[in-house]
Structure formats: structure tokens, C-alpha cells
Write a protein that binds this ligand. Structure first.
Ligand code: NDP
Length: 293
């Protein structure tokens, strides 16, 4: 069997097109509301700068306002918290995102906790985590949200499927496991202390890899006919060309011969993450204008 390639670029483009239409309708027919996303970058990490530029570009594409705040790496916690407080109180800003990681002297938890939960478009605030866990309306983390959209499109009924999530971070693995449970999958979460990962993989109808190690999940660990979602983004040097390239956590070429469907890296989960950020910004805007919460 050769797996069907899941086209995250195409799915994300469809989501963005739908959001652009919705944003235009809001602006012209629903009182001139324009969703606004503020992105805060502290320091000059080149990868983070690229991510922030992409987020601003996509904001413009879908007709949202974007507000960029680039601060020096010497920024104090109090200065950062003051900025967040201002954005919390700014009615034109509906979503606030802190580009992670932060410089070491800043406490990530304190900073995330300072964001008003109704503007927490990354879905990392404890209020959103708690609401999500108990099944209340919440802003959910973008990457697992994107993975769920892919899975829902690929498998009409997730109920009863055996799902394995490899990785248990707060931003990918844990919320991913929770969303799969809420979709009635039977979920196993693996991590660096897991024994017999190969056997766990071979039993999984759905495998989500979020580790951060290139091709760590071997292709022959994939169950025949499984759906494989590769979240990993690893920069490696191509031995043939000597150039840098991106690869996932799954040994793609071999896995592709066993899976029913698989996300490529790049072009799979990555574009869906940004599309879901825009969707969360739209949801936050709607919640702030009286639609639920
Ligand atoms: P973290 O480093 O926070 O978490 C990695 C997880 O992998 C940990 O839970 C760790 O276990 C587990 N792990 C490490 N080694 C092993 C091992 N040998 N066997 C099993 N599990 C292991 O990473 P993130 O969750 O933030 O990100 C994971 C990957 O996803 C990265 O490549 C990242 O770049 C990518 N990513 C991609 C996004 C996208 O949009 N496509 C968005 C976010 C992340 P333990 O807890 O025991 O240490």
C-alpha cells in the first residue's frame, strides 16, 4: 500500500479563504468589526522572526489587523507584563500571541498567565486548558487543532480507533491526546520513558508524532493502513546535496509504503497551525462580541 499524501497546504488555504470571506462579511455587514491579532516577539531568534513575519502576512491575507511588538532580549518581565496588560485592554486587539521560546530570564508561565483568556489564541492559558479538559467552549492550541481537522477530514468516524500520541508537551502532545479522547479514540501517550515504543506504534490506527527528532519513528513500526500525522519539524543536512532541509519525526519513505494516509513535512501540519491561529483569532473576536464563552 502506498499512502495517500495529506495536503495540509491545500486544506489550510481553504480555511484561510473561508476566514477571509467571514472577515469581509463582519466588516461590511456586522458593524465594521475587524479581527485583530497582536504578536509579541522578544529577542532576535531568526526562526522566531520568520514565524512572526508569516503570521503577519497571513493576517493581512485574511483581512485581519496585525500588530507586531518586537522587543529587545533585555526586556524586563514587568515591561512585558505592562505591554500585555495594555493589549488585554485594547478593544481592537482580539488575540494575543507570545512567540515562544522567551529569553531565559522571563518566566513563560507568568507571561502566558497574564494574557486575558478570551484573547489567548494559542490556547495555553490555564483557564483555556481547564475549559478544554472539561469540554467547555475554549480557545484550543493551534497545532493539535490542525491535526484534528486533518483527521476528521480523513476518517469519518474516529470512535474506537486506537490512537498513539508520541510526545507529551503542553503545546502539542497533551492537548492532542485530550482532543482524541473527546473524539472517542482509545488513546495511548508515549514519551521518553515509554518502553517498547515499536510495539505501541504497531498497534496504532492513528499515530501522531510530536517528538522533535528526525525520522525517529521507523517506517516499519507503522501499522498497515494507519493514518500518520507527523508534527515534527527538524532541520537536517541532506547527505546528497549538503543543503539544509526540513524533515519530520517519522521515517517518511518507508512509512509511506505501509500507511493509508500520511502528512508530509513540510506541507502537512505546519500550514494548518497558522490557519488554526487565524481561526482562533476569529473565534476570539466572535466571543468578545457576544457569541458565547
Ligand atoms: P517538546 O520538546 O516540548 O516535547 C517533545 C516530546 O517528545 C516530549 O514529551 C518527550 O518526552 C518526547 N520524546 C523525546 N524523546 C523521545 C523518545 N526517545 N521516545 C519517545 N518520546 C520522546 O516538543 P514539542 O511538543 O514542542 O514539539 C515537538 C515537535 O513538533 C518539534 O519538532 C517541533 O518543532 C514540532 N512542532 C511543530 C509544529 C507545527 O506547526 N508543525 C508546532 C509545534 C511543534 P518527555 O516528556 O519524556 O521528555
Amino acid at each position: 500500500m502506498t499512502a495517500r499524501l495529506i495536503d495540509g497546504l491545500a486544506m489550510a488555504s481553504q480555511i484561510r479563504a473561508g476566514l477571509a470571506e467571514h472577515a469581509l462579511d463582519m466588516k461590511t455587514r456586522q458593524g465594521g468589526i475587524v479581527p485583530g491579532l497582536a504578536v509579541i516577539l522578544v529577542g532576535d531568534d531568526p526562526a522566531s522572526q520568520v514565524y512572526v513575519r508569516n503570521k503577519n502576512r497571513v493576517c493581512e491575507e485574511v483581512g485581519f489587523r496585525s500588530y507586531s511588538h518586537t522587543l529587545p532580549s533585555s526586556t524586563t518581565e514587568i515591561d512585558l507584563l505592562t505591554l500585555i496588560n495594555g493589549l488585554n485592554n485594547n478593544p481592537q486587539v482580539n488575540g494575543i500571541l507570545i512567540q515562544l521560546p522567551l529569553p531565559e530570564h522571563l518566566n513563560e508561565r507568568t507571561v502566558i498567565n497574564a494574557i486575558d483568556p478570551i484573547k489567548d489564541v494559542d490556547g495555553f492559558h490555564p483557564v483555556n486548558v481547564g475549559r478544554q479538559t472539561t469540554g467547555l467552549m475554549s480557545l484550543a492550541p493551534c497545532t493539535p487543532l490542525g491535526c484534528m481537522m486533518i483527521l476528521n477530514e480523513d476518517l469519518p468516524d474516529l470512535g474506537g480507533k486506537k490512537a498513539l500520541v508520541v510526545g507529551r508537551s503542553n503545546i502539542v502532545g497533551k492537548p492532542m491526546a485530550l482532543m482524541l479522547i473527546q473524539s472517542s479514540c482509545t488513546v495511548t501517550v508515549a514519551h521518553s520513558r515509554t518502553q517498547n515504543l515499536r510495539e505501541e506504534c504497531l498497534a496504532a490506527d492513528i499515530l501522531v508524532a510530536a517528538i522533535g527528532r528526525p525520522a525517529f519513528i521507523k517506517g516499519d513500526w507503522i501499522k498497515e493502513g494507519a493514518v500518520v500525522i507527523d508534527v515534527g519539524i527538524n532541520r537536517i543536512t541532506d547527505p546528497e546535496t549538503g543543503k539544509h532541509k526540513l524533515c519530520g519525526d517519522v521515517e517518511f519513505d518507508v512509512a509511506r509504503e505501509r500507511a493509508a494516509a500520511i502528512t508530509p513535512v513540510p506541507g502537512g501540519v505546519g500550514p494548518m497551525t497558522i490557519a488554526c491561529l487565524m481561526q482562533n483569532t476569529m473565534q476570539a473576536t466572535m466571543m468578545q462580541n457576544g457569541w458565547g464563552w
